[in-house]
Design a protein around this ligand. Structure first.
Ligand code: AMP
Ligand code: GLY
Length: 407
């Protein structure tokens, strides 16, 4: 099966590694645009704009692509899935309409309300005066969300009302959602969906703040681990029944069937599980640890989802190994953008037992080191041994990824 993977980040690199590891022939994988790390493993078409629906579908037809896997949100929101599907190509990635589940937080709230999915109380605001009123009504800590795509930087959680208002002012044009603050551990759980049914993958935890001990601003994610041994045994089933299925069914009812990856961002509160966000694609860096443990052939699973036959797919199986990923970020991330500098020592890092490196970009979240081991302690040890071998002037990473669970 000829597969096209769209995207250029560590997530796409993790997808490619999982395809290769679970049996896809390297000659059957094409990535656009890809990155220097991915290009070491499979063919990349670096001149293709992944957000241009016409360009992508023309390219896919020319190359005889049978399955397109869309990594990032931008092509989804731009309608690339729709263009590919209209050419008869199987696509793992929702339509433009269904991708609004990620693209618009207010749309997601409407879907959840209609489907009876538990989530934080929220108020939609169009002016700063409305934001101020909502903040007064909800009280501190303040949760302020931009109502659109903001590359993981749209949300602030703070006790400082001036900082909250400043954040709101920055994104007021998109619209703002002020939310009730929820407290509890966070879980990311991915479901494959064919528009009608869903299949859970394995839970992961993401570390969203920039610095150790959950200090600093929110980022796209600085590290993750999987599985989560502290969850209740019926957790996955509960999320499937209370969150994933009703959401998929509501989208189908709206005429926007969701075919692709439903990313459920959850907080486990004392009063139960609550959704804090949906994404319409694999999460980054959770994908590195989730797919890092996958045993079942990934191409078959995604093809079944893309063609409406998830019910006949084998259940996704995961290794009992523990996986930990640590993200290396360039100087100033996420606040300021560094100049491009040379990264050294990646090959050395990859020689550490149980370690793989997923490349991303020259600045921002530059790469992620992914380690597996028999225990979290072993996986962490390997990940940190490997990342210490990588040299990038001014770069930083968190030292406490999976520290608690390893204890
Ligand atoms: P989001 O992009 O919506 O996932 O938000 C980014 C991060 O902000 C989440 O991972 C949480 O750590 C935090 N967050 C979002 N919504 C809430 C909420 N209602 N209560 C507490 N923390 C939240
Ligand atoms: N790690 C969070 C995300 O992918 O949005």
């Amino acid at each position: 099966m000829k597969i096209l993977v769209l995207g250029q980040g560590a997530r796409e690199h993790a997808i490619v590694k999982a395809l290769l590891r679970t049996g896809t022939d390297k000659n059957d994988i094409l990535v656009a645009p890809g990155n220097v790390g991915i290009a070491k493993q499979v063919l990349c078409e670096k001149n293709l704009d992944p957000t241009d629906p016409l360009e992508v579908s023309k390219f896919a037809l020319e190359r005889g692509i049978e399955l397109a896997i869309i990594g990032p949100e931008a092509p989804l929101v731009a309608g690339v899935s729709d263009a590919l599907r209209s050419q008869g190509i199987a696509v793992f990635g929702p339509s433009k309409l269904a991708a609004q589940l990620e693209g618009s937080k207010s749309f997601a709230k409407q879907v959840m309300a209609a489907a009876g999915v538990p989530t934080a109380m929220a108020r939609q605001c169009k002016t700063l005066a409305e934001v101020e009123q909502a903040m007064e009504d909800f009280g501190a800590p303040f949760v302020i969300k931009a109502d659109g795509l903001a590359a993981g930087k749209g949300v602030i959680v703070t006790d400082d009302s001036a900082a909250a208002l400043e954040h709101a002012a920055q994104f007021i044009e998109m619209g703002i959602l002020v939310e009730e603050y929820l407290s509890g551990p966070e879980v990311s759980l991915f479901f494959l969906s064919d528009g009608v049914s869903v299949m859970p993958l394995t839970p992961a935890q993401d570390f969203k703040r920039a610095f150790d001990y959950d200090l600093g601003p929110n980022t796209g994610g600085m590290g993750a681990y999987s599985p989560l041994p502290w969850l209740d045994e019926d957790f996955i089933q509960k999320v499937e029944e209370a969150v994933a299925l009703p959401t998929i069914q509501e989208l189908a009812r709206l005429g926007a069937p969701f075919v692709g990856l439903l990313y459920c961002g959850l907080i486990v509160t004392e009063r139960g599980i609550r959704v804090i966000e949906f994404n319409a694609r694999f999460g980054d860096p959770e994908t590195q640890v989730v797919l890092g443990r996958l045993i079942t052939p990934l191409d078959g699973l995604l093809y079944k989802a893309a063609t409406g036959h998830l019910d006949s797919a084998p259940e996704a199986q995961f290794s009992l190994d523990k996986a930990v990923t640590v993200v290396l970020a360039s100087e100033g991330y996420p606040t300021t953008q560094a100049e491009v500098r040379e990264v050294k020592g990646i090959e050395k890092a990859e020689r550490v037992t149980g370690v793989e490196v997923c490349y991303a970009s020259a600045v921002g979240r530059v790469l992620s080191v992914v380690a597996t081991g028999k225990s979290f302690k072993q996986a962490r040890k390997r990940a940190y041994k490997a990342i210490a071998k990588i040299k990038l002037e001014g770069s930083h990473y968190r030292h406490d990824i999976a520290a608690k669970v390893a204890e």
